[in-house]
Design a protein around this ligand. Structure first.
Ligand code: CA
Length: 227
């Protein structure tokens, strides 16, 4: 069973899709407009988003980019616009898959299954190792060079999010969204403060970084200092 957020303003299609997904055993939250959908997609931590492109308050590609800015959730776009350029723009904006209306319920179900399979593989509880840093998401434990780190819950989440994307720059906005669940800016200062605490516990400083590298104006990345 997965949590699915459905954003569709057409009441008939919304009902059809919601019933199909519920029939597969999923828990469906529906929204009829983009901003309402954005809130559900961010706060509800869904496993999948199914969304229409033609929405009353915002263009669907805008909604897609807004969700993508703060979340890696798999997204299926359903659209009446099947033109190549629309499909390309949709995928470029961060959609994982799309369906052109009219579509069959069987096709929707197959695509949902495929994306959920991919998603569950990506968010496993497997131990993450980056250099001497070892993070066990299931036990919520972390160690550096074999010594346990005494981290607060937020410090642990911050480290885990960065370690899952080791080598990649993660923006402070994305960190606000994933660790603090505040996608709309929030206080970036909060991220800075926790990063400095985390640095301290890893035995490094901003001036002499090892694992935590700040990329000014972009964000922060976790790297293997010996890699
Ligand atoms: Ca529509």
């Amino acid at each position: 069973m997965a949590r699915v957020v459905l954003v569709e303003d057409d009441i008939e299609i919304r009902r059809l899709v919601a019933e199909a997904l519920a029939g597969q055993g999923h828990d469906v939250d529906s929204a009829a407009a983009a901003l309402e959908g954005l809130e559900l997609a961010v706060k509800g931590k869904p496993d999948l988003v199914v969304m229409d492109l033609g929405l009353p308050d915002l263009d669907g590609t805008e909604l897609l980019r807004m969700i993508r800015a703060v979340s890696e959730v798999p997204i299926i776009v359903i659209t009446a616009r099947g033109a190549d350029e629309v499909v390309v723009k949709t995928l470029d904006s961060g959609a994982d898959d799309y369906l052109v209306k009219p579509f069959s319920v069987a096709q929707l179900e197959a695509r949902v299954r495929a994306l959920l399979r991919r998603g569950s593989a990506a968010t496993s509880d497997e131990t993450i190792q980056v250099g001497g840093l070892r993070i066990d998401p299931a036990a919520r434990e972390a160690s550096l060079a074999g010594k346990d780190l005494d981290l607060s819950p937020k410090e642990f989440d911050l480290l885990r999010v960065l370690a899952e994307r080791a080598g990649e720059v993660v923006s402070k906005r994305a960190l606000m969204a994933e660790v603090w669940r505040e996608p709309y800016g929030g206080a970036e200062r909060t991220v800075d403060v926790h990063l400095s605490w985390l640095r301290n516990k890893l035995g490094e400083t901003a001036q002499e970084p090892r694992y935590l590298r700040t990329v000014h104006g972009v964000g922060v990345k976790l790297v293997d200092p010996n890699g």
